[in-house]
Design a protein around this ligand. Structure first.
Ligand code: NAD
Length: 456
């Protein structure tokens, strides 16, 4: 089935229909309408998958996708225009430009943590750029996967866009095919498998991966507000956010204050009995739930630390000074558990930050501009924020993605269109003049060649 689908999409792309910008726009609008019509059903699916609170489903999934769609519909014509560049004088007479063109048939593989938004957002850019697409959502967010399949089936003919549901085997079947572009969001471990498959055909990729994101709080930070913004960024989606702060490095002079305010804000957000809060999600998979529980074993818990197997609940939890070689400090936590580690001298920070590969996100809370700047310049990371967490994702002009082990490529807004386009360079020469200098037999002096520099 996969082979036939890929062949059908390749045939459809070859008809050149997707090169027509009005065709793309028409389908983006249809997709927009269908998401609007199905918004409640999408939120219900997200709730069924991991009790995602409706506010979070609207804010971080459907409305996020709709905002990307609106932006793409508004701009797809201008994005698709060739971009004139100044012609090289050595080409005189000439006009020169960069012409975006679609790659062809693209594969998008998405994870379970923001299962709607992380499937639809790249798709929007892929279609705006004029590609055909096959989308493979995560097998762990089954309800969302089903509604994604239903929406796509209703809006698009399968030779243009199709959802292929299933797990690892299906993903492997898809990866065995030849694609013109692969966009993958998920773990670094699977990202390497995807990259290897893509290499067989020299297929370009975007890899949106994971990392262990540090959050540094110095002794000049506005502690109460820092605690509020950290608690929000960490516990939204029950900590299953790739850019959530993973661990806190706090100056020892302000640690007690930070912990006090974190506890207070968590209680303000989710109440005294956090398990009954309608605003706190559950862990999406059994495997991940068990891993998180295991991470907590033997850890000194400052707050939370409780769990309920029946619906994979883990309380917002603060862990005090974990050992660096404990499981919790080995890799990405990806759940509502926040280790808090104190430091005395700035020089100690590097012991922690440089222990891990380049992170996807990086946060600094400080009123000291020199300190902010030094940290932002010293470390390489995908993206980040000063005096807040997660918010850099909300600006479409900021490319969202990782670096090194946390990923390749950045998207959102026009950047997604750019990722899914090949930027073709074209020079259109005039024929009324043909400067003879470049042709053999070479008759100009070597000194003149050096002086002219750009002979062609
Ligand atoms: P995952 O890597 O396990 O799975 C992602 C996708 O890959 C799924 O569709 C899955 O079916 C497929 N897959 C899994 N194993 C495969 C294999 N062996 N071969 C081929 N395909 C395979 O990731 P996940 O558990 O679904 O998502 C959580 C991870 O994703 C976290 O590490 C998180 O940080 C990361 N993430 C990154 C971003 C980002 O934008 N950078 C966003 C969300 C999540």
């Amino acid at each position: 089935m996969v082979k036939q689908l890929v062949a059908a999409q390749n045939d459809f792309f070859a008809t050149q229909k997707t090169k027509d910008v009005s065709f793309r726009k028409q389908y983006l609008k249809k997709l927009q309408q269908e998401i609007i019509d199905q918004e409640d059903a999408i939120c219900d699916a997200l709730y069924a998958d991991f009790k995602k609170p409706k506010f979070e489903s609207l804010a971080t999934e459907t409305q996020f996708a709709l905002s990307e769609l609106k932006h793409a519909i508004k701009n797809v014509e201008s994005w698709s225009e060739p971009e004139r560049v100044s012609a090289s004088w050595s080409n005189f007479p000439s006009k020169e430009w960069i012409q975006p063109e679609p790659y062809g048939n693209v594969l998008i593989i998405s994870p379970w943590n923001y299962p709607f938004m992380l499937a639809i957002s790249p798709l929007i850019g892929a279609l705006a750029a004029g590609n055909t697409a096959i989308l493979k959502p995560s097998e762990f967010s089954t309800h969302t996967s089903k509604i994604l399949a239903r929406i796509i089936r209703k809006v698009f003919p399968p030779e243009y866009v199709t959802v292929v549901e299933g797990g690892v085997e299906v993903s492997q079947q898809l990866l065995a095919e030849k694609w013109e572009y692969i966009f993958f969001t998920g773990s670094t471990k699977v990202g390497k498998i995807v990259y290897k498959s893509a290499a067989k055909h020299l297929t370009p990729v975007t890899l949106e991966l994971s990392g262990k994101n540090p959050c540094i709080v110095d002794d000049t930070a506005s502690i109460k507000l820092a605690a509020k913004r950290i608690a929000w960024g960490k516990f939204i989606n029950a900590g299953q956010t790739c850019i959530a702060p993973d661990y806190i490095l706090v100056h020892k002079n302000v640690k007690d204050g930070l912990v006090k305010h974190l506890k207070q804000h968590i209680t303000d957000f989710y109440g005294e009995n956090m398990e009954t809060s309608r605003d706190f999600a559950r862990i999406a998979t059994d495997k991940h739930y068990e891993e998180l529980k295991a991470m907590l074993q033997g850890q000194p818990v400052l707050f939370g630390g409780t769990f309920t197997d029946k619906d994979r609940y883990i309380a917002p939890t603060l862990v005090d000074e974990p050992e660096l070689d404990s499981t919790i400090m080995q890799g990405e936590i990806f759940g509502p558990i926040l280790p808090i580690i104190s430091y005395t001298e700035e020089s100690e920070l590097d012991t922690y930050i440089s222990k891990y590969p380049k992170s996807l996100a990086f946060y600094v809370f400080s009123e000291n501009k020199t300190f902010q700047k030094r940290l932002m310049n010293s470390y390489s990371f995908g993206g980040g924020a000063i005096n807040d967490t997660v918010v850099h994702i909300s600006n479409k002009d900021l490319p969202f993605g990782g670096v090194g082990a946390s990923g390749i490529g950045g998207y959102h807004g026009k950047h997604t269109f750019g990722l899914f386009s090949h930027h073709k360079s074209v020079a259109k020469r005039g024929t009324w003049l043909d400067v003879p200098l470049r042709y053999a037999p070479y008759s100009i002096s070597m000194d003149l060649v050096k002086k002219i520099k750009h002979l062609f």
